[in-house]
Ligand binder design. Structure first.
Ligand code: PMP
Length: 356
């Protein structure tokens, strides 16, 4: 049920609509391919570190600077701790970036088909924004961003399409807009796109945002981070400290640090996801689906003869959840998260039943 706005609400929020994430079903037996979580468990080392941190020290506030975690992230990318910001999921990092860096007279630019949180944040924080259409192949064309702007925000790979931008394009964008902050949201970068993290020392206007929710299988821990030169990181810190100086709890700091140190687990689950993605893309193409080339842990697909809304419902009746967006140009597409290989095979069997 939606509760209507009331006169008690601040006028500025009366027109807002909350972001509606994909369904989190109750009960067992669902194959959940709708919110791009990892189908694999997190690193056992992360779980052990979380358990070890759950002791009497919980009466104490956590390190407000998350310094040990920031140092771990920094060393992974050849940066300094002052070039790393950590937050409660990359959603929080992005929210802070909107507040601290993307609210200018000129509009922040982001694609028209992209992570649906961006317009929600822009509206919430009163940031002017303009959405730039994707090209006919659903790709971002950086030349289309050659217009006056107060910042640029691009997910790479994009969501929900999975289409990635080459690093050369991001470099060109950074060069073409030296006075704008360019935020690259790399939530899915580990599944096959090129990270812009290596460009941080070269470009003072670059902020790279990543998360432990996808390739590290820790969506439930809520840890994301940003990489950038110290001036951008400081802007995020100033805003964060002004409303909650403890964004990461003790368990999250400990678990995230251990997860980032477990390279073998990361590499194994990442490769499994990529292999299943390629298998599923081929299986769906063989059944007549058009599949965008994906560098993410999901596929964005459409069938010429079977409307997406009906397919989603038919799969739901078989206890398989996939994501459908009621949005112009993509309302005949489904976004399907890559599950385990067994889950992908059950999905294809269900699709065979539905298409029969
Ligand atoms: N960016 C993109 C493009 C996403 O799809 C998501 C997850 N839905 C996020 C950021 C946020 O992820 P989290 O807050 O779990 O780090």
């Amino acid at each position: 049920m939606t509760v209507p706005a009331s006169p008690f609400w601040s006028p500025a929020i009366r027109g807002l609509h909350a972001y509606v994430p994909g369904e989190q079903p109750q009960g067992e037996g669902w194959i959940k391919l709708n919110t791009n979580e990892s189908p694999y468990p997190p690193s056992p080392r992360a779980l052990a570190a979380i358990r070890a941190a759950a002791d009497e020290r919980l009466r104490l506030y956590p390190d407000p600077q998350s310094l040990a975690l920031r140092q771990t992230v920094a060393s992974r990318f050849g940066l300094e701790a002052a070039q790393v910001f950590v937050g409660n999921g990359s959603d929080e990092v992005l929210a802070l970036a909107f507040m601290a860096l993307l609210r200018h007279q000129r509009p922040v630019l982001f694609p028209d088909i992209t992570y649906s949180f961006y317009p929600v944040y822009a509206n919430l924080y009163g940031a002017a924004f303009e959405q730039v259409p994707l090209d006919p192949q659903f790709a971002v064309r950086v030349a289309d961003y050659e217009r006056p702007n107060g910042g640029i925000l691009l997910p790479n790979p994009n969501a929900p399409t999975g289409v990635a931008l080459p690093l050369a394009d991001i470099r060109a964008l950074l060069r073409a807009h030296p006075t704008s902050v360019v935020v690259i949201d790399e939530a899915y970068v580990d599944f096959g796109a090129e990270s812009a993290a290596a460009l941080v020392p070269e470009f003072p206007n670059l902020l790279v945002v990543q998360t432990l929710s996808k390739s590290r299988a820790l969506a439930g821990l809520r840890v994301g981070f940003a990489l950038g030169q110290a001036a951008l990181i400081e802007a995020l810190t100033v805003v964060k400290d002004s409303f909650n100086s403890y964004p990461l709890d003790r368990l999250a700091q400990a678990g995230a640090q251990a997860a980032l140190a477990d390279e073998a687990h990361f590499e194994h689950t990442r490769q499994q996801t990529i292999a299943s993605r390629e298998w599923l893309a081929a299986a769906l193409a063989a059944r007549g689906f058009a599949c965008l080339p994906s560098c993410a842990n999901f596929l964005f697909v459409a069938h010429p003869d079977h409307p997406a809304a009906g397919l989603m419902q038919a799969l739901r009746e078989r206890r398989i959840l996939v994501r459908h967006f009621r949005q112009p140009r993509i309302d005949n597409h489904l976004r399907i998260t890559i599950g385990t290989q067994a889950e992908c095979e059950r999905l294809v069997a269900a699709i065979d039943e539905v298409l029969a």
